[in-house]
Design a protein around this ligand. Structure first.
Ligand code: FAD
Ligand code: 2HG
Ligand code: ZN
Length: 511
Protein backbone atom coordinates (compact mmCIF):
# COMPACT_ATOMS: atom_id res chain seq x y z
CA UNK A 1 0.00 0.00 0.00
CA UNK A 2 1.06 3.57 -0.49
CA UNK A 3 2.39 5.24 2.57
CA UNK A 4 0.62 8.44 3.52
CA UNK A 5 3.09 9.62 6.11
CA UNK A 6 5.38 12.18 4.62
CA UNK A 7 6.32 15.70 5.58
CA UNK A 8 9.91 15.75 6.71
CA UNK A 9 11.18 17.73 3.75
CA UNK A 10 12.68 21.16 4.04
CA UNK A 11 11.39 24.03 1.83
CA UNK A 12 13.60 24.88 -1.10
CA UNK A 13 15.21 28.32 -1.16
CA UNK A 14 16.81 29.77 -4.26
CA UNK A 15 19.83 31.90 -3.48
CA UNK A 16 22.19 33.39 -6.03
CA UNK A 17 25.72 32.05 -5.66
CA UNK A 18 28.68 34.40 -5.75
CA UNK A 19 31.63 32.54 -7.16
CA UNK A 20 34.33 33.63 -9.47
CA UNK A 21 35.19 30.77 -11.82
CA UNK A 22 35.12 31.75 -15.48
CA UNK A 23 34.88 29.45 -18.45
CA UNK A 24 35.70 30.83 -21.87
CA UNK A 25 36.63 34.50 -21.87
CA UNK A 26 34.46 37.03 -23.64
CA UNK A 27 34.63 36.29 -27.31
CA UNK A 28 32.18 36.09 -30.17
CA UNK A 29 30.44 39.43 -30.83
CA UNK A 30 32.59 42.29 -31.97
CA UNK A 31 32.49 44.30 -28.78
CA UNK A 32 35.29 46.40 -30.33
CA UNK A 33 32.78 48.17 -32.61
CA UNK A 34 31.00 49.29 -29.48
CA UNK A 35 32.06 52.02 -27.09
CA UNK A 36 33.36 51.65 -23.58
CA UNK A 37 31.44 53.32 -20.81
CA UNK A 38 32.85 56.70 -19.71
CA UNK A 39 32.16 58.95 -16.71
CA UNK A 40 30.10 61.26 -18.96
CA UNK A 41 27.71 58.30 -19.59
CA UNK A 42 27.24 57.68 -15.90
CA UNK A 43 26.73 61.42 -15.42
CA UNK A 44 23.99 61.28 -18.02
CA UNK A 45 22.34 58.25 -16.40
CA UNK A 46 22.26 60.27 -13.18
CA UNK A 47 20.01 62.79 -14.95
CA UNK A 48 17.55 59.97 -15.75
CA UNK A 49 17.68 57.95 -12.51
CA UNK A 50 18.18 58.83 -8.85
CA UNK A 51 21.72 57.99 -7.73
CA UNK A 52 20.31 55.25 -5.51
CA UNK A 53 19.27 53.42 -8.69
CA UNK A 54 22.81 53.43 -10.11
CA UNK A 55 25.69 51.20 -9.03
CA UNK A 56 28.96 52.17 -10.66
CA UNK A 57 32.66 52.25 -10.03
CA UNK A 58 32.95 55.31 -12.28
CA UNK A 59 32.45 58.93 -11.24
CA UNK A 60 30.19 60.56 -10.24
CA UNK A 61 29.06 57.42 -8.33
CA UNK A 62 32.48 56.00 -7.27
CA UNK A 63 30.96 52.74 -5.92
CA UNK A 64 32.87 49.63 -4.92
CA UNK A 65 33.39 46.79 -7.42
CA UNK A 66 32.16 44.35 -4.76
CA UNK A 67 28.70 45.90 -4.98
CA UNK A 68 28.56 44.95 -8.64
CA UNK A 69 29.73 41.34 -8.15
CA UNK A 70 26.27 39.76 -7.70
CA UNK A 71 25.12 41.37 -10.96
CA UNK A 72 28.28 40.38 -12.86
CA UNK A 73 28.14 36.72 -11.82
CA UNK A 74 25.48 34.18 -12.82
CA UNK A 75 23.58 31.74 -10.58
CA UNK A 76 26.06 28.91 -11.20
CA UNK A 77 29.19 31.03 -10.76
CA UNK A 78 30.15 29.89 -14.25
CA UNK A 79 29.91 33.15 -16.18
CA UNK A 80 31.41 36.37 -14.85
CA UNK A 81 31.34 39.80 -16.49
CA UNK A 82 33.17 43.03 -15.77
CA UNK A 83 30.42 45.62 -15.96
CA UNK A 84 31.19 48.92 -14.28
CA UNK A 85 27.59 50.06 -14.16
CA UNK A 86 24.24 48.62 -13.09
CA UNK A 87 21.12 50.71 -13.77
CA UNK A 88 17.79 50.02 -12.07
CA UNK A 89 15.05 51.98 -13.85
CA UNK A 90 11.57 52.22 -12.32
CA UNK A 91 9.53 53.08 -15.42
CA UNK A 92 9.31 52.30 -19.12
CA UNK A 93 10.14 55.94 -19.83
CA UNK A 94 13.40 55.64 -17.89
CA UNK A 95 14.30 52.46 -19.79
CA UNK A 96 13.55 54.26 -23.04
CA UNK A 97 15.79 57.22 -22.17
CA UNK A 98 18.65 54.89 -21.13
CA UNK A 99 18.39 52.86 -24.33
CA UNK A 100 18.23 55.99 -26.49
CA UNK A 101 21.48 57.23 -24.94
CA UNK A 102 23.19 53.85 -25.26
CA UNK A 103 22.05 53.54 -28.87
CA UNK A 104 23.46 56.93 -29.77
CA UNK A 105 26.71 56.27 -27.90
CA UNK A 106 26.92 52.62 -29.09
CA UNK A 107 27.20 51.33 -25.56
CA UNK A 108 26.30 47.64 -25.13
CA UNK A 109 23.54 46.69 -22.67
CA UNK A 110 22.57 43.43 -20.94
CA UNK A 111 18.98 43.28 -19.69
CA UNK A 112 18.86 41.42 -16.39
CA UNK A 113 15.90 40.04 -14.45
CA UNK A 114 16.38 37.77 -11.43
CA UNK A 115 19.73 36.52 -12.79
CA UNK A 116 18.66 32.88 -12.43
CA UNK A 117 19.28 31.97 -16.08
CA UNK A 118 21.36 28.84 -16.66
CA UNK A 119 23.09 29.63 -19.96
CA UNK A 120 25.02 32.80 -19.12
CA UNK A 121 22.60 35.15 -20.90
CA UNK A 122 21.99 37.53 -18.02
CA UNK A 123 25.57 38.64 -17.31
CA UNK A 124 27.94 40.62 -19.53
CA UNK A 125 30.64 38.94 -21.59
CA UNK A 126 32.70 42.12 -21.26
CA UNK A 127 31.88 45.43 -19.61
CA UNK A 128 28.34 46.00 -20.91
CA UNK A 129 25.97 48.15 -18.86
CA UNK A 130 23.59 45.96 -16.85
CA UNK A 131 19.98 47.09 -17.05
CA UNK A 132 18.41 45.40 -14.06
CA UNK A 133 14.60 45.37 -14.01
CA UNK A 134 14.07 44.68 -10.30
CA UNK A 135 12.65 48.17 -9.58
CA UNK A 136 9.95 47.71 -12.22
CA UNK A 137 7.73 45.58 -10.02
CA UNK A 138 4.17 46.93 -10.17
CA UNK A 139 0.97 45.11 -11.00
CA UNK A 140 -0.76 47.27 -13.59
CA UNK A 141 -4.21 45.64 -13.88
CA UNK A 142 -5.94 42.35 -13.15
CA UNK A 143 -9.33 41.35 -14.51
CA UNK A 144 -10.81 38.53 -12.39
CA UNK A 145 -13.40 37.71 -15.07
CA UNK A 146 -10.95 37.04 -17.89
CA UNK A 147 -7.98 36.21 -15.61
CA UNK A 148 -5.77 38.60 -17.58
CA UNK A 149 -2.92 40.10 -15.58
CA UNK A 150 -0.91 43.08 -16.80
CA UNK A 151 2.28 43.85 -14.87
CA UNK A 152 5.76 45.31 -15.02
CA UNK A 153 8.44 42.97 -16.34
CA UNK A 154 10.42 43.06 -13.09
CA UNK A 155 7.69 41.43 -10.98
CA UNK A 156 9.03 38.30 -9.28
CA UNK A 157 7.14 35.17 -10.35
CA UNK A 158 6.35 34.13 -6.78
CA UNK A 159 5.02 37.61 -5.93
CA UNK A 160 2.65 37.36 -8.88
CA UNK A 161 1.41 33.98 -7.60
CA UNK A 162 0.88 35.53 -4.16
CA UNK A 163 -1.01 38.45 -5.69
CA UNK A 164 -3.29 36.06 -7.62
CA UNK A 165 -3.93 33.73 -4.69
CA UNK A 166 -6.86 35.64 -3.10
CA UNK A 167 -8.38 36.01 -6.57
CA UNK A 168 -8.24 32.20 -6.92
CA UNK A 169 -6.01 32.34 -9.98
CA UNK A 170 -2.51 30.99 -10.59
CA UNK A 171 0.36 31.85 -12.89
CA UNK A 172 0.44 29.51 -15.90
CA UNK A 173 4.10 28.71 -15.18
CA UNK A 174 6.02 27.56 -12.12
CA UNK A 175 9.70 26.83 -11.62
CA UNK A 176 12.22 26.19 -8.88
CA UNK A 177 13.64 29.71 -9.27
CA UNK A 178 10.22 31.32 -8.64
CA UNK A 179 11.45 33.21 -5.57
CA UNK A 180 14.00 35.15 -7.64
CA UNK A 181 13.14 35.01 -11.34
CA UNK A 182 11.07 37.79 -12.91
CA UNK A 183 8.21 37.54 -15.37
CA UNK A 184 10.24 39.58 -17.91
CA UNK A 185 13.06 37.04 -17.58
CA UNK A 186 10.58 34.19 -17.90
CA UNK A 187 9.18 35.69 -21.09
CA UNK A 188 12.65 36.46 -22.46
CA UNK A 189 13.77 32.85 -21.93
CA UNK A 190 10.36 31.38 -22.82
CA UNK A 191 10.71 29.46 -19.55
CA UNK A 192 8.97 26.09 -19.49
CA UNK A 193 8.92 24.70 -15.98
CA UNK A 194 6.62 22.42 -14.08
CA UNK A 195 3.17 23.35 -15.41
CA UNK A 196 3.84 23.43 -19.14
CA UNK A 197 2.18 20.04 -19.59
CA UNK A 198 -1.12 21.56 -18.46
CA UNK A 199 -1.06 25.23 -19.43
CA UNK A 200 1.24 25.24 -22.45
CA UNK A 201 4.12 27.58 -23.24
CA UNK A 202 4.36 31.34 -22.85
CA UNK A 203 3.94 31.62 -26.61
CA UNK A 204 0.30 30.79 -25.90
CA UNK A 205 -0.37 32.42 -22.53
CA UNK A 206 1.37 35.77 -23.12
CA UNK A 207 -1.22 38.01 -24.74
CA UNK A 208 0.79 41.17 -25.13
CA UNK A 209 4.13 42.82 -24.43
CA UNK A 210 5.55 46.29 -24.00
CA UNK A 211 9.12 46.40 -25.26
CA UNK A 212 11.75 49.14 -25.38
CA UNK A 213 13.68 48.66 -28.60
CA UNK A 214 17.46 49.05 -28.78
CA UNK A 215 17.10 52.61 -30.15
CA UNK A 216 14.80 53.61 -27.28
CA UNK A 217 11.46 53.49 -29.12
CA UNK A 218 8.66 51.84 -27.18
CA UNK A 219 6.71 49.08 -28.95
CA UNK A 220 3.32 49.00 -27.24
CA UNK A 221 1.64 45.67 -27.87
CA UNK A 222 0.39 45.38 -24.34
CA UNK A 223 -3.07 44.25 -25.38
CA UNK A 224 -5.42 42.07 -23.39
CA UNK A 225 -6.94 40.51 -26.49
CA UNK A 226 -7.16 36.76 -26.83
CA UNK A 227 -7.75 37.04 -30.55
CA UNK A 228 -5.83 39.40 -32.82
CA UNK A 229 -5.04 38.46 -36.40
CA UNK A 230 -3.77 41.82 -37.58
CA UNK A 231 -0.67 40.69 -39.43
CA UNK A 232 2.67 39.55 -38.04
CA UNK A 233 2.57 38.63 -34.35
CA UNK A 234 5.67 40.62 -33.42
CA UNK A 235 5.51 39.95 -29.67
CA UNK A 236 6.34 36.29 -30.36
CA UNK A 237 9.83 37.35 -31.46
CA UNK A 238 10.59 38.69 -27.98
CA UNK A 239 9.40 35.52 -26.24
CA UNK A 240 12.64 33.58 -25.96
CA UNK A 241 14.85 36.33 -27.49
CA UNK A 242 16.94 36.43 -24.27
CA UNK A 243 17.26 40.20 -24.37
CA UNK A 244 18.90 40.32 -27.80
CA UNK A 245 16.10 42.28 -29.52
CA UNK A 246 14.88 44.70 -26.84
CA UNK A 247 13.98 45.17 -23.20
CA UNK A 248 10.63 43.71 -22.14
CA UNK A 249 9.08 46.25 -19.75
CA UNK A 250 5.45 45.09 -19.48
CA UNK A 251 3.66 41.76 -19.81
CA UNK A 252 0.00 40.86 -20.34
CA UNK A 253 -0.62 37.23 -19.45
CA UNK A 254 -3.59 34.90 -19.22
CA UNK A 255 -3.78 33.31 -15.77
CA UNK A 256 -5.81 30.13 -15.24
CA UNK A 257 -8.35 29.71 -12.44
CA UNK A 258 -6.78 28.02 -9.42
CA UNK A 259 -7.65 24.32 -9.21
CA UNK A 260 -10.01 23.45 -6.32
CA UNK A 261 -8.16 20.22 -5.55
CA UNK A 262 -4.53 19.25 -6.00
CA UNK A 263 -2.50 16.20 -5.16
CA UNK A 264 1.11 15.14 -5.54
CA UNK A 265 1.87 11.47 -6.14
CA UNK A 266 5.43 10.31 -5.60
CA UNK A 267 6.34 6.93 -7.10
CA UNK A 268 9.44 4.75 -6.84
CA UNK A 269 9.95 2.56 -9.92
CA UNK A 270 12.15 -0.54 -10.13
CA UNK A 271 13.83 0.91 -13.22
CA UNK A 272 13.28 3.43 -15.96
CA UNK A 273 11.98 0.59 -18.15
CA UNK A 274 8.53 0.78 -16.58
CA UNK A 275 8.29 4.59 -16.78
CA UNK A 276 6.73 4.80 -20.27
CA UNK A 277 3.99 2.42 -19.09
CA UNK A 278 3.43 4.45 -15.93
CA UNK A 279 3.22 7.62 -18.02
CA UNK A 280 0.69 6.14 -20.42
CA UNK A 281 -1.42 4.77 -17.58
CA UNK A 282 -1.29 8.18 -15.83
CA UNK A 283 -2.48 9.97 -18.95
CA UNK A 284 -5.31 7.49 -19.45
CA UNK A 285 -6.55 7.41 -15.86
CA UNK A 286 -5.98 11.02 -14.90
CA UNK A 287 -6.83 12.53 -18.29
CA UNK A 288 -7.94 16.16 -17.75
CA UNK A 289 -6.62 16.43 -14.17
CA UNK A 290 -2.96 15.59 -14.81
CA UNK A 291 -0.89 18.78 -14.53
CA UNK A 292 2.70 17.56 -14.21
CA UNK A 293 4.69 14.38 -14.75
CA UNK A 294 8.30 14.72 -13.60
CA UNK A 295 11.09 12.15 -13.60
CA UNK A 296 14.37 11.84 -11.72
CA UNK A 297 16.93 9.11 -11.49
CA UNK A 298 18.36 7.41 -8.39
CA UNK A 299 21.45 9.61 -8.47
CA UNK A 300 19.21 12.71 -8.31
CA UNK A 301 17.24 11.22 -5.42
CA UNK A 302 20.41 10.47 -3.46
CA UNK A 303 21.79 13.92 -4.20
CA UNK A 304 18.76 15.77 -2.77
CA UNK A 305 18.42 13.37 0.11
CA UNK A 306 22.11 13.71 0.96
CA UNK A 307 21.99 17.49 0.67
CA UNK A 308 18.81 18.19 2.62
CA UNK A 309 18.43 15.08 4.77
CA UNK A 310 14.91 14.81 3.34
CA UNK A 311 13.30 11.52 2.40
CA UNK A 312 10.28 11.20 0.16
CA UNK A 313 9.81 7.59 1.34
CA UNK A 314 11.39 5.34 3.95
CA UNK A 315 14.63 3.71 2.78
CA UNK A 316 13.00 0.30 3.06
CA UNK A 317 10.25 1.42 0.67
CA UNK A 318 12.74 2.86 -1.79
CA UNK A 319 14.87 -0.33 -1.82
CA UNK A 320 16.92 -0.37 -5.01
CA UNK A 321 14.43 1.67 -7.05
CA UNK A 322 16.23 3.33 -9.93
CA UNK A 323 13.67 5.83 -11.20
CA UNK A 324 11.25 8.21 -9.51
CA UNK A 325 8.18 10.01 -10.73
CA UNK A 326 6.28 12.98 -9.34
CA UNK A 327 2.79 13.35 -10.75
CA UNK A 328 0.58 16.32 -9.96
CA UNK A 329 -3.18 16.42 -10.36
CA UNK A 330 -5.18 19.64 -10.50
CA UNK A 331 -8.92 19.28 -10.65
CA UNK A 332 -12.24 20.64 -9.47
CA UNK A 333 -13.44 17.96 -7.04
CA UNK A 334 -11.21 16.14 -4.55
CA UNK A 335 -13.39 13.02 -4.36
CA UNK A 336 -13.66 12.66 -8.09
CA UNK A 337 -9.90 13.20 -8.48
CA UNK A 338 -9.12 10.72 -5.69
CA UNK A 339 -11.12 8.05 -7.45
CA UNK A 340 -9.08 8.55 -10.60
CA UNK A 341 -5.82 8.41 -8.61
CA UNK A 342 -6.94 5.21 -6.87
CA UNK A 343 -7.74 3.57 -10.20
CA UNK A 344 -4.33 4.56 -11.50
CA UNK A 345 -2.53 3.15 -8.47
CA UNK A 346 -4.47 -0.07 -8.72
CA UNK A 347 -3.29 -0.55 -12.28
CA UNK A 348 0.31 0.37 -11.42
CA UNK A 349 0.41 -2.23 -8.66
CA UNK A 350 -1.53 -4.85 -10.59
CA UNK A 351 -1.33 -4.28 -14.32
CA UNK A 352 -4.29 -5.72 -16.23
CA UNK A 353 -1.99 -7.86 -18.42
CA UNK A 354 -0.82 -9.73 -15.32
CA UNK A 355 2.71 -8.32 -15.54
CA UNK A 356 4.87 -7.46 -12.54
CA UNK A 357 3.94 -4.29 -10.62
CA UNK A 358 5.11 -1.18 -12.45
CA UNK A 359 6.09 0.59 -9.22
CA UNK A 360 7.81 -0.46 -5.99
CA UNK A 361 6.14 2.02 -3.66
CA UNK A 362 4.83 5.55 -3.46
CA UNK A 363 3.38 8.37 -1.41
CA UNK A 364 0.33 10.59 -1.80
CA UNK A 365 0.23 14.09 -0.39
CA UNK A 366 -2.47 14.44 2.26
CA UNK A 367 -2.08 18.14 3.01
CA UNK A 368 -0.83 21.37 1.47
CA UNK A 369 2.42 20.99 3.43
CA UNK A 370 3.05 17.48 2.14
CA UNK A 371 2.19 18.63 -1.38
CA UNK A 372 4.78 21.42 -1.05
CA UNK A 373 7.36 19.05 0.47
CA UNK A 374 7.14 16.60 -2.38
CA UNK A 375 7.54 19.39 -4.89
CA UNK A 376 10.44 20.84 -2.89
CA UNK A 377 12.20 17.50 -3.25
CA UNK A 378 11.93 17.64 -7.04
CA UNK A 379 12.68 21.36 -7.28
CA UNK A 380 15.67 20.93 -4.98
CA UNK A 381 17.72 18.92 -7.50
CA UNK A 382 19.29 21.98 -9.17
CA UNK A 383 20.26 23.52 -5.85
CA UNK A 384 21.60 20.24 -4.45
CA UNK A 385 23.74 19.82 -7.58
CA UNK A 386 25.08 23.37 -7.15
CA UNK A 387 25.99 22.65 -3.53
CA UNK A 388 27.89 19.50 -4.58
CA UNK A 389 30.29 21.14 -7.00
CA UNK A 390 30.55 23.00 -10.29
CA UNK A 391 27.74 21.97 -12.60
CA UNK A 392 27.72 21.59 -16.38
CA UNK A 393 24.06 21.82 -17.29
CA UNK A 394 22.50 20.29 -20.37
CA UNK A 395 18.84 20.93 -21.10
CA UNK A 396 17.80 18.82 -24.04
CA UNK A 397 14.79 17.42 -25.86
CA UNK A 398 15.10 13.76 -26.81
CA UNK A 399 12.48 11.01 -27.04
CA UNK A 400 11.47 9.88 -23.53
CA UNK A 401 12.60 6.35 -24.39
CA UNK A 402 16.16 7.78 -24.75
CA UNK A 403 16.34 9.57 -21.35
CA UNK A 404 18.36 6.90 -19.58
CA UNK A 405 20.49 5.88 -22.58
CA UNK A 406 21.47 9.49 -23.11
CA UNK A 407 22.34 10.06 -19.45
CA UNK A 408 24.34 6.83 -19.36
CA UNK A 409 26.28 7.75 -22.50
CA UNK A 410 27.31 10.98 -20.77
CA UNK A 411 28.29 9.02 -17.62
CA UNK A 412 30.47 6.68 -19.65
CA UNK A 413 32.01 9.57 -21.52
CA UNK A 414 33.18 11.49 -18.44
CA UNK A 415 33.90 8.45 -16.25
CA UNK A 416 35.73 9.31 -13.03
CA UNK A 417 36.72 12.77 -14.20
CA UNK A 418 33.60 14.14 -12.49
CA UNK A 419 31.87 13.61 -9.15
CA UNK A 420 28.40 12.68 -10.38
CA UNK A 421 26.04 12.77 -13.35
CA UNK A 422 22.31 13.11 -12.64
CA UNK A 423 19.37 12.91 -15.03
CA UNK A 424 15.91 14.37 -14.46
CA UNK A 425 13.28 16.29 -16.29
CA UNK A 426 9.84 17.03 -17.54
CA UNK A 427 8.63 13.76 -19.10
CA UNK A 428 5.41 15.34 -20.33
CA UNK A 429 7.49 17.76 -22.44
CA UNK A 430 10.19 15.28 -23.55
CA UNK A 431 12.71 17.50 -21.73
CA UNK A 432 15.72 15.90 -20.04
CA UNK A 433 18.14 17.78 -17.76
CA UNK A 434 21.59 16.26 -17.39
CA UNK A 435 23.70 17.83 -14.65
CA UNK A 436 27.37 16.89 -14.68
CA UNK A 437 28.86 17.76 -11.30
CA UNK A 438 32.62 18.31 -11.17
CA UNK A 439 35.12 19.56 -8.60
CA UNK A 440 35.77 22.53 -10.81
CA UNK A 441 35.12 23.84 -14.33
CA UNK A 442 37.91 22.69 -16.66
CA UNK A 443 38.48 22.86 -20.39
CA UNK A 444 39.15 19.10 -20.42
CA UNK A 445 35.71 18.22 -19.07
CA UNK A 446 33.98 20.79 -21.25
CA UNK A 447 35.64 19.36 -24.34
CA UNK A 448 34.61 15.84 -23.38
CA UNK A 449 31.00 16.97 -23.07
CA UNK A 450 30.70 19.37 -25.99
CA UNK A 451 29.95 18.82 -28.79
CA UNK A 452 29.48 15.16 -27.77
CA UNK A 453 26.08 15.76 -26.11
CA UNK A 454 24.89 17.97 -28.95
CA UNK A 455 25.80 15.29 -31.48
CA UNK A 456 23.75 12.73 -29.55
CA UNK A 457 20.83 15.18 -29.45
CA UNK A 458 21.10 15.90 -33.17
CA UNK A 459 21.06 12.16 -33.93
CA UNK A 460 17.53 12.14 -32.45
CA UNK A 461 16.58 15.42 -34.17
CA UNK A 462 16.19 16.78 -30.64
CA UNK A 463 16.80 20.26 -29.25
CA UNK A 464 20.05 21.41 -27.62
CA UNK A 465 17.97 23.76 -25.50
CA UNK A 466 14.52 22.60 -24.50
CA UNK A 467 13.75 25.45 -22.10
CA UNK A 468 16.78 27.34 -20.73
CA UNK A 469 17.78 29.11 -23.94
CA UNK A 470 21.06 29.64 -25.79
CA UNK A 471 22.65 32.57 -23.94
CA UNK A 472 26.42 32.71 -24.08
CA UNK A 473 26.76 28.95 -23.68
CA UNK A 474 25.45 27.68 -27.00
CA UNK A 475 25.41 30.11 -29.97
CA UNK A 476 28.25 28.16 -31.63
CA UNK A 477 26.24 24.95 -31.24
CA UNK A 478 22.93 26.28 -32.55
CA UNK A 479 23.42 24.47 -35.86
CA UNK A 480 22.83 21.14 -34.10
CA UNK A 481 19.17 22.13 -33.72
CA UNK A 482 18.57 24.75 -36.44
CA UNK A 483 19.27 24.54 -40.15
CA UNK A 484 21.37 27.11 -42.03
CA UNK A 485 18.32 28.89 -43.46
CA UNK A 486 16.81 29.35 -39.99
CA UNK A 487 20.09 30.66 -38.56
CA UNK A 488 20.43 33.07 -41.49
CA UNK A 489 16.91 34.42 -40.81
CA UNK A 490 17.72 34.77 -37.10
CA UNK A 491 20.76 36.88 -37.97
CA UNK A 492 18.65 39.09 -40.25
CA UNK A 493 16.02 39.58 -37.54
CA UNK A 494 18.75 40.55 -35.08
CA UNK A 495 20.15 43.02 -37.63
CA UNK A 496 16.69 44.50 -38.26
CA UNK A 497 16.00 45.24 -34.60
CA UNK A 498 19.55 46.03 -33.50
CA UNK A 499 21.77 47.02 -36.42
CA UNK A 500 24.30 48.55 -33.98
CA UNK A 501 24.58 45.30 -32.04
CA UNK A 502 24.18 46.87 -28.59
CA UNK A 503 21.52 44.49 -27.19
CA UNK A 504 23.05 41.67 -25.18
CA UNK A 505 25.97 41.11 -27.58
CA UNK A 506 27.47 37.64 -27.93
CA UNK A 507 24.26 35.89 -26.90
CA UNK A 508 21.96 33.54 -28.85
CA UNK A 509 22.87 34.42 -32.46
CA UNK A 510 26.12 32.89 -33.73
CA UNK A 511 28.68 35.19 -35.36
P1 FAD B 1 17.67 36.35 -16.04
O1 FAD B 1 18.43 35.17 -15.63
O2 FAD B 1 17.99 37.63 -15.38
O3 FAD B 1 17.83 36.56 -17.62
C1 FAD B 1 17.65 35.49 -18.51
C2 FAD B 1 17.76 36.03 -19.95
O4 FAD B 1 16.66 36.89 -20.22
C3 FAD B 1 19.00 36.86 -20.19
O5 FAD B 1 19.42 36.66 -21.52
C4 FAD B 1 18.53 38.29 -20.00
O6 FAD B 1 19.29 39.22 -20.76
C5 FAD B 1 17.10 38.22 -20.48
N1 FAD B 1 16.18 39.11 -19.78
C6 FAD B 1 15.84 39.10 -18.47
N2 FAD B 1 14.90 40.03 -18.23
C7 FAD B 1 14.66 40.64 -19.41
C8 FAD B 1 13.77 41.69 -19.82
N3 FAD B 1 12.95 42.29 -18.96
N4 FAD B 1 13.79 42.07 -21.12
C9 FAD B 1 14.61 41.47 -22.02
N5 FAD B 1 15.45 40.48 -21.69
C10 FAD B 1 15.47 40.07 -20.40
N6 FAD B 1 13.98 27.49 -16.54
C11 FAD B 1 12.97 26.82 -17.11
O7 FAD B 1 12.64 27.08 -18.27
N7 FAD B 1 12.28 25.84 -16.43
C12 FAD B 1 12.58 25.50 -15.16
O8 FAD B 1 11.97 24.61 -14.59
C13 FAD B 1 13.64 26.21 -14.52
N8 FAD B 1 13.96 25.94 -13.26
C14 FAD B 1 15.00 26.59 -12.68
C15 FAD B 1 15.34 26.27 -11.37
C16 FAD B 1 16.40 26.90 -10.75
C17 FAD B 1 16.75 26.56 -9.33
C18 FAD B 1 17.15 27.89 -11.46
C19 FAD B 1 18.29 28.61 -10.82
C20 FAD B 1 16.81 28.22 -12.75
C21 FAD B 1 15.75 27.57 -13.38
N9 FAD B 1 15.38 27.86 -14.69
C22 FAD B 1 14.34 27.21 -15.27
C23 FAD B 1 16.13 28.85 -15.46
C24 FAD B 1 15.69 30.32 -15.17
O9 FAD B 1 15.20 30.45 -13.91
C25 FAD B 1 14.66 30.77 -16.14
O10 FAD B 1 15.25 30.82 -17.40
C26 FAD B 1 14.04 32.14 -15.82
O11 FAD B 1 12.99 32.35 -16.73
C27 FAD B 1 15.00 33.31 -15.90
O12 FAD B 1 14.38 34.47 -15.34
P2 FAD B 1 15.25 35.63 -14.70
O13 FAD B 1 14.34 36.75 -14.35
O14 FAD B 1 16.12 35.13 -13.64
O15 FAD B 1 16.11 36.08 -15.96
C1 2HG C 1 14.41 22.11 -13.49
O1 2HG C 1 13.62 21.51 -14.21
C2 2HG C 1 15.12 23.32 -14.04
O2 2HG C 1 14.58 21.82 -12.29
C3 2HG C 1 16.62 23.35 -13.73
O3 2HG C 1 14.87 23.49 -15.37
C4 2HG C 1 17.37 22.29 -14.45
O4 2HG C 1 19.32 22.96 -13.27
C5 2HG C 1 18.88 22.33 -14.21
O5 2HG C 1 19.61 21.71 -15.00
ZN1 ZN D 1 13.39 22.17 -16.18
Amino acid sequence: MLTRSIGRLRPHVVRPLRQSALIGQAQGRKLSTLNKLEPKDVEHFATILPKTSILSTLPPIHGSADDLDPFNSDWMGKYVGQSQCVLKPRTTEEVSKIMKWCWERRIPVVPQGGNTGLVGGSVPIGSEVILNLSNMNKIRTFDPISGILVCDAGCILESLSEFLDPHKHIMPLDLGAKGSCQIGGNVSTNAGGLRLLRYGSLHGTVLGLEVVLPDGRVMDQLTTLRKDNTGYDLKQLFIGAEGTLGVVTGVSILTPAAPMAQQAIFLALPSFATLPKVYRAAKRHLSEIISAFEYFDRQSYNLVSGHTGAKALEDSEIGDSQAFVLIETSGGDANHDQEKVNNLLEELYEPADGEEALINSGALSQSADQFASLWAFREGIAEAAGKSGKVYKYDISVPVSEFVNTTNRVRERVGHKVKEVVGYGHVGDGNLHINVIAETYTKEIEELLEPFIYEVVASHRGSISAEHGIGKMKPQHLHYSKDAVSIDLMKKIKQLFDERGIMNPGKVVPM
